[in-house]
Ligand binder design. Structure first.
Ligand SMILES: NC(=O)c1ccc[n+]([C@@H]2O[C@H](COP(=O)([O-])OP(=O)(O)OC[C@H]3O[C@@H](n4cnc5c(N)ncnc54)[C@H](OP(=O)(O)O)[C@@H]3O)[C@@H](O)[C@H]2O)c1
Length: 264
């Protein structure tokens, strides 16, 4: 193992944007730590990371459980000797239900996964990140600033994640913490919106998600994943606390220049 290779934790790495971020990291020979609840799927991603030239290990668990963050940091340090970055990407959009009928326990669960999860991981990683002057990338959403009707828990959790990132950045000047919106991306999360949206959202709202797919307007996961990985490796201190978009020109240009086009 190359001790100089960056060690990067990616939550939600069993599929979608997180798996794509792990593959980009594999391409540059990074040490990648995959976290999700799906051990078998992570085995596949791990094999791909290794085939691409990286090192990989996986931690199976629920990000809403603080013990999982502690274990992730311990296992990363044991295997790779350091933590250079955390990509808090694990997320869920459900429950899809208008506020008047939303199930309180499902609402709470959404906040626990999308907001508490990144807090637990950041808290556990901070001692290591201070040592490496490392980075935290919180994968947020346009939903942090725009309403998705029938997704109030998700919107509120992502808005909370953005502000959490700002406070964290001010508290921890030796690290860089950013939030980033990945655009609208062709993953399982969009399938949930298309398939379950019509039962819970106003008609035109549900149709919007169906049309995104029909009109080919969804980003492939490797596009936002490239920007996210670039941020994890290089986000400058002057960006700490910011809420960025994956295709903001300065970010996208740097990410393309450094990581190139997807070619595997
Ligand atoms: N797709 C979009 O259009 C879009 C737009 C804006 C923001 N985002 C954000 O991008 C991030 C990635 O989403 P995606 O589109 O790639 O979704 P996805 O395909 O549904 O993947 C979600 C990932 O998160 C993991 N995950 C979910 N709940 C978890 C939990 N409790 N503990 C551990 N892992 C958990 C899943 O793994 P397991 O199920 O195997 O545990 C999976 O690896 C999310 O934060 C999402 O909010 C996506």
């Amino acid at each position: 193992m190359d001790r100089r290779a960056p060690a990067v934790i990616v939550t939600g790495a069993s599929r979608g944007i997180g798996a794509a971020a792990a593959r980009w990291l594999g391409k540059i020979g990074a040490c990648v730590v995959l976290v999700s609840r799906s051990a078998e799927r992570m085995e596949e991603v791990k094999s791909e990371v290794k085939r691409l030239g990286g090192a990989a290990l996986s931690v199976t668990g629920d990000v809403a459980d603080p013990e999982v963050s502690t274990r992730t940091i311990e296992e990363t340090v044991r295997a790779f000797g350091r933590v250079d970055a955390v990509i808090n990407n694990a997320g869920m959009v459900e429950p899809l239900a208008m506020v008047a009928v939303a199930d309180p326990l499902e609402w709470r669960r959404c906040v626990e996964v999308n907001l508490m999860g990144p807090f637990f991981m950041a808290r556990a990683a901070l001692p290591e990140l201070r040592r490496t002057q490392g980075r935290i990338v919180n994968v947020s959403s346009g939903a942090a600033t725009h309403s998705i009707l029938a997704a109030s828990a998700y919107c509120a959790a992502k808005a909370g994640l953005n502000h959490f990132t700002r406070v964290l950045a001010e508290e921890e000047p030796s690290i860089v913490a950013v939030a980033v919106r990945p655009g609208v991306v062709d993953t399982a999360m969009q399938v949930v919106l298309r398939e379950k949206g019509p039962e819970s959202m106003p008609g035109d709202h549900a149709e919007y998600y169906v049309n995104l797919k029909r009109d080919g307007r969804l980003e492939p996961p490797h596009q936002p994943a490239r920007s996210i990985v670039w941020l994890a490796l290089h986000a400058p201190p002057s960006w700490s606390g910011a809420f960025l978009s994956f295709d903001d020109p300065p970010l996208l240009e740097e990410a393309v220049r450094e990581l190139g086009e997807w070619s595997v």
